[in-house]
Ligand binder design. Sequence first.
Ligand code: GUN
Length: 295
Amino acid sequence: MSYEIIDGKKISLQMQEEIAAEVKAFTAKGGKIPHLAAVLVGEDPASQAYVGSKVKTCEKVGFKSTLVKFPSTISEQELLNKLDELNNDKDIDGYIVQLPLPKHISEHKIIEAVKPSKDVDGFHPINVGRLVLDLPTYISATPYGITQLLERYNIETSGKNCVVIGRSHIVGSPMSILMAKNNKFANCTVTLCHSRTKDLKAHCLNADIIIAAIGKPNFVTADMVKQGCVIIDVGINRVDDASLPKGYKLVGDVDFDNCAPKCSFITPVPGGVGPMTIASLLKNTLLAAKREIYK
Ligand code: GUN
């Protein structure tokens, strides 16, 4: 079967252009320049790379950005003090605290300390609750990016069986909620699978749409995929490869080469879901600057 590759890089650039145009129009009418801050704790190379590209993309679309860096030895209280400062800084419209955090800092405490109106990651319990209740909210970046891919590729979702693999707070859980909603690019019958799911293969074989967010390289194999399936691969896994200068390559949660021929649509890794995350974060920051969610 011929399949279409969902080009996340292209759609992300399209969204960035739309956001840049909105910033121009908004500031031309006297609106303030959107300002995103990112808090990075520690030296994790992947987190540094993610935060670096978030900040760089801000400049591209005409936002202000501030990077706040702390050593991994920062105490929980010191970090909470910084969040308090960001919560009260009138120029900062939204901010994120890059996860994961060092073990001595409670992620729950930090997430709850972010002012909901500035929580452009959409991780605060109030924003998650608002998502569940269909109230205006910041939808967290990766799930929002995936809904954009489905929408912009006109992928039929209504009445389809959607299997989400992985129940993380950042992707799997909000994704399962979004796909079950009563709106145009959702309306799926959703099954949320995880490490204790019995007969995952049977669930997957029944799926019209598989969203894999389990963090295990090549976890979804061709024998788990029915003909015509749409596959969204959220995984970004480093796999050792001595033949490459970096010594590793990035692979998804899906065995792309063997699954793709059975699919109607599939996202590649890299270049699929990854680039969408940043565009979605910027979209939330624009909503924050325009006070569209919290008036
Ligand atoms: N770590 C992995 N994904 C994310 C994300 O979307 N936001 C933040 N703050 N940390 C992350």
